[in-house]
Design a protein around this ligand. Sequence first.
Ligand SMILES: Cc1cc2nc3c(=O)[nH]c(=O)nc-3n(C[C@H](O)[C@H](O)[C@H](O)COP(=O)(O)O)c2cc1C
Length: 206
Amino acid sequence: MKTLLKINSSIFSNNGQSSLLAERFVVAWRKANPGATVIVRDLASTPVPHLDAARFGAFTAKPEERTVEQQVTVNYSDTLIAELKAADVIVLGLPMYNFGVPSTLKAYFDHIGRANHTFKYTEKGPVGLLTGKKAYVFATRGGLYKGTPRDTQTGYVHDFLSFIGITDVKFVYAEGLAISESSKRDSIAQAHREIGYITAPRPIAA
Ligand SMILES: Cc1cc2nc3c(=O)[nH]c(=O)nc-3n(C[C@H](O)[C@H](O)[C@H](O)COP(=O)(O)O)c2cc1C
């Protein structure tokens, strides 16, 4: 049975445009995968703390030397990583805020990017450990950036996911949401069509 992890990073929680697209995908995906498990991590209602020296120190302390507080921090990060490891499919709602990813998402990434847990260094360079997964990213923006050098989000999120082993990443965009009502309507309609196409049952090849 498959497991899907949905991560919302909109400050508007379930009501964000990115969350609504992510949820639309999940509803359609569920129909195609009856009995699958869906886990939701909403970074607005339960934000991940910002990484600081104390928290990073907990990650690097030897297990037998951790303080109780450090162990709590490690346990928290371990829980986030276990959730990801259990997922076959990752769905990420990704709004653009001030030309970047939501700070809550950065904090989340800072807690799952852990050496020997989600990646390891080898003589040939870093190797991601979370392989065999598929990620769908629903990117919503007020303006238009896709395919331009100002779209720093796509490269960053793709690079981070690849670094931890999630290399199969599909981006669906809804852009121009702040340009006009018609731009917003058309862009969301296009994203809905893409979701329909991605989740449509495929005929089995003979
Ligand atoms: C605090 C804030 C900052 C934003 N910054 C940008 C931006 O830099 N570029 C842009 O195109 N849109 C920007 N927007 C518009 C959002 O990308 C747009 O409203 C999108 O729908 C947000 O996704 P959400 O509804 O899932 O939160 C910003 C919106 C907010 C609330």
